[in-house]
Design a protein around this ligand. Structure first.
Ligand SMILES: [Zn+2]
Length: 375
């Protein structure tokens, strides 16, 4: 199978999260055609409002070395103003263009094509696929449910490669060994509504909130573990339900997003957020942690992946824990995780694209990695 055709077929499935549009079945069909045992697993939320199709696939004989591959077949909505049809997999000027080509159908296609070549020869070990359908919307009925199922059914690998886009300015220049954690905070401020001409009669919830937001934005967050970027707190939304200029609002709220290295956990950050609010009246907080920071420094994985990259594209990659979160934050509780894929320059943008040559080289890098891993 040719990696460009494979990736194009996947792009043509309009798997805009949480829809699947045949992507999971396409992968299941391909993997069973090359000898994998496949299981399409559908998980539903407790209230049945959300149902997600996922794929587990397994090939191999020995449990001594078990390598997992994690990927998601869902993509974010295309948005507007594309120069081409985002689901037609158009090739132009050496690029393959389409929603999801970088995030992350290209990585899945490259790994599948590498595997198809790799399993033609005997090897000692087992390969497992964890392909999910809701990574772009929280991973609840995707990797979180799939890992739970894998634990119960004894299918947790020793090491996992995630095929998310990790490269920066050229293919092979960056491997993710971890990611920062992420905590969303909603700050709610309650005052007393009134006419702005009568200060004695109101308490301004918005002014109170703004003072707190200004203070917490300036809070000096510590920075000790330099493997991570500096922990960063951003104000992402300010809201007050007020349509008249002379009404002082009773209720106001703000959203904060904090990306943190392992100098912090979401529990420690909660304490900081609340302590800094002590001098302000009537503030309340809701916390929505979406993942803790992690870093996986497994020497063997790092070395064989770096060597494979060097061999194919002649670059020595850097190791990073920047970027957004990935499904690695759930698998890291069970096994080693390493993340490597195409460039991330156009992900979630219009005209998302990947160099055709990069997809071909990524397949070669994955194949070299497989050969070294199972040596
Ligand atoms: Zn992704």
């Amino acid at each position: 199978m040719n990696v460009i055709e494979f990736c194009s077929d996947l792009i043509k499935c309009k798997s805009v999260t949480p829809n699947d549009d045949g992507a999971i079945e396409y992968l299941a069909h391909f993997l069973s055609s090359i000898g994998f045992e496949t299981k399409v697993l559908t998980f539903s939320s407790a209230d049945n409002s959300n149902t997600i199709k996922n794929l587990f696939a397994k090939y191999g004989c020995s449990d001594e070395k078990v390598l997992g591959f994690i990927g998601h077949s869902d993509v974010v909505p295309a948005g507007n103003n594309w120069d081409v049809d985002p689901f037609a997999a158009v090739q132009n000027n050496g690029f393959l263009i389409g929603r999801g080509v970088a995030d992350m159908k290209g990585g899945i296609a490259a790994f599948c094509c590498a595997i198809a070549k790799f399993v033609q020869r005997p090897f000692f070990g087992t390969i497992e696929f964890f392909i999910t359908g809701d990574e772009e919307v929280g991973s609840y009925e995707g990797i979180q449910s799939l890992i739970k199922w894998a634990v119960e059914n004894n299918h947790i690998p020793h090491d996992c490669l995630i095929g998310e886009p990790s490269s920066d300015s050229q293919l092979g220049d960056r491997i993710y060994l971890g990611h920062r954690g992420s905590l969303n905070v909603m700050v709610k401020s309650r005052g007393k509504q009134g006419h702005s001409a009568y200060p004695a009669n109101y308490k301004n919830s918005l002014a109170n909130l703004c003072k707190y937001v200004a203070k917490i934005s300036d809070y000096k967050l510590k920075y000790e573990n330099k493997k991570f970027p500096q922990t960063n707190l951003e104000v992402t939304m300010l809201f007050t339900d007020n349509c008249a200029m002379n009404v002082v609002p009773e209720l106001s709220s703000a959203n904060l997003n904090i990306r943190f290295g392992d100098d912090y956990t979401s529990e420690i950050l909660k304490t900081v957020i609340e302590q800094e609010a002590k001098e302000f009246n009537e503030l309340a907080f809701d916390f929505y942690p979406s993942g803790e920071a992690y870093y996986c420094d497994d020497e063997r994985l790092k070395n064989i992946l770096s060597e494979s990259i060097k061999e194919i594209v002649g670059i020595s990659p850097s190791f990073s824990a920047a970027g957004g979160t990935s499904d690695g934050r759930f698998m890291i509780k069970h096994c080693n995780v390493i993340e490597f894929g195409v460039r991330d320059a156009t992900i979630h943008q219009k005209n998302e694209k990947v160099k055709i040559e990069d997809l071909q080289n990524l397949e070669k890098i994955y194949l070299a990695f497989l050969e070294k891993y199972f040596q």
